[in-house]
Design a protein around this ligand. Sequence first.
Ligand SMILES: [Zn+2]
Length: 167
Amino acid sequence: MSHLTETQLQGLADGTLRGPEGLAAREHCETCAGCDAELSAYGALVRTLSALQDPPPPLDFTASVLAAVEVRETQLSQRRHTLLASLPAAAMAIFAIAGWALSTTPAAHVDRLVDGVTVLRHLFGVLTPVFNAMRLPLGLGAFVFLAVVLTALSRTLRPIHARAPGN
Ligand SMILES: [Zn+2]
């Protein structure tokens, strides 16, 4: 029988080489000084490796992770609060735009929508109570919301205007 391969020696050392092959390998080591010495070296290596332990985590590891999670939670919670706080502003903007839409006849409505300057004047007129009632960031959010609503309205109403009699 030829000398054992590295794989066989490792298998013998860590106990994964079993059965007839393991038996034959072990018998070879008993009669071959070279392979027996290698097996001893592998065995020492296996024992050293299994004696190694994972390095302990830093003492403040858990604390710092928990602190980071807490900061993240606070940020998310604050974002939710900001969102909730902007809802009244959005509701006011909806009421304001609905009231403005109902207060004008459709034709005048369309004419004013097409006239960009008039639209802007209406926009600021509608927004004034919002700015007064809310803090500036929330007012700006409502401003953006109103701009989106007005844009959508003008896009919806422009075809009607084009088809209106006398055009
Ligand atoms: Zn040998």
